[in-house]
Design a binder for this molecule. Structure first.
Ligand code: TRP
Length: 349
């Protein structure tokens, strides 16, 4: 890994913060978010949503941005965006995000946040943006031309994090370059104009990535993802048609048996058991019995979450209220920060 040194440092910092969080939750403000391009799935839930709920319940100031402007970094349409945004709010709340504690809001509703983009863009060089490995990977994966918005979106994420003075951002290792650019922007701003922004750290998630049902990266486009909003029947169907292999005896071997192993990992994460334990229990029961076990594990774990989600689906007005309230709070905070920025820069007339 080329970034081994900085990774070690980031991990150390993240561990220190994790140890301090339960002791001084009031010292931390978390900001993270999602692009509203579809429904949340099990990968999102175990990868990050559960961690957000934990931080929220510890008493950390928690903020979630539904990054609607990020949708158009690499696509040419905003089709279904309203529906996706409302459903994302429902998914969050069903999972335990409490809008009384966590501010949920969208980019497009908070002009002052977006305005930070102008001073922030002046603090980074073209070369810095062009060598961001995450941007490159995303551009390659999307097959879309590199738009100006995709190139500069790490700076936009710095606006997301810094407008509310966020100082912790839960991230996977591959997202660390974003945290680095955000810290750089904060530091450079403070050096040039005076102290306004905090020190930002990534909170590295310890949960390994949950694979899709076929062992590949979990993605809606591969059809290997179980969405939180799926019914029990649709969940059963998707698991049933997932690809395993002809060997009857069930063993955990991600390298050679990606399908069987992904099913075991899915069941393990939902039950708290180990993959090996489950594999041993099923043994010669074969993939039919394994799939039955996975289906029950997933449907069992998500039953209360899905039940809550169904209640929110029936109350769209409430969902809209939550978002309007979050947007209003975000606007107030963003106006404040932007005023501090204007003052620091002497742009007061
Ligand atoms: N890029 C994130 C995603 O694709 C969403 C996001 C937007 C975000 N702004 C952020 C994450 C700021 C962390 C911090 O899901």
């Amino acid at each position: 890994m080329p970034n081994e040194g900085s990774y070690e440092a980031a991990l150390k910092r993240s561990d220190e913060i994790n140890a301090d969080l339960p002791l001084h939750p009031q010292n931390y403000t978390m900001l993270t978010g999602d692009r509203p391009t579809g429904r949340l799935h099990l990968g999102h839930y175990f990868g990050t949503i559960r961690e957000r709920v934990r931080l929220q319940d510890l008493g950390v100031q928690t903020n979630i941005i539904i990054a609607d402007y990020q949708v158009i970094t690499d696509r040419d349409t905003t089709e279904h965006i309203q529906d996706n945004v409302y459903n994302m709010v429902m998914d969050y709340m069903a999972c335990g995000i409490d809008p009384a504690k966590t501010m949920i809001f969208t980019h497009s509703a908070v002009p002052a946040e977006n305005q930070l983009m102008l001073p922030f863009l002046s603090l980074v060089s073209e070369a810095e943006m062009e060598r961001n490995p995450t941007v490159k990977a995303e551009q390659a994966a999307s097959g879309h031309t590199l738009t100006g918005l995709l190139l500069t979106y790490p700076v936009h994420q710095a606006c997301d994090i810094l407008f509310c003075k966020g100082n912790i951002v839960p991230v996977g290792r591959d997202q660390l370059p974003h945290i680095e650019i955000t810290s750089k922007i904060a530091r450079r701003f403070n050096e040039r104009y005076g102290q306004v922004f905090p020190d930002v750290a990534g909170l590295l998630t310890s949960t390994p990535l949950l694979p899709g049902l076929d062992g590949r990266k979990m993605s809606k486009s591969y059809g290997n993802a179980i969405s939180l909003c799926m019914t029990e029947q649709d969940t059963a169907k998707l698991i049933k048609k997932s690809k395993t292999d002809p060997e009857r005896n069930i063993t955990f071997d991600p390298e050679n048996r990606p399908g069987v192993s992904a099913l075991l990992t899915t069941a393990a994460i939902c039950t708290g058991r180990t993959e090996q334990d489950i594999a041993e229990e099923i043994g010669m029961g074969g993939s039919g019995q394994l799939k039955k076990y996975v289906t029950e594990a997933v449907n069992g774990y998500f039953a209360p979450i899905r039940e809550r989600r169904r209640q929110y689906e029936k109350d769209l007005d409430y969902v809209k209220d939550v978002l309007h309230d979050g947007n209003a709070r975000a606007n107030a905070i963003a106006e404040n920060t932007l005023n501090e920025v204007r003052e620091a820069m002497g742009m007061v007339y």
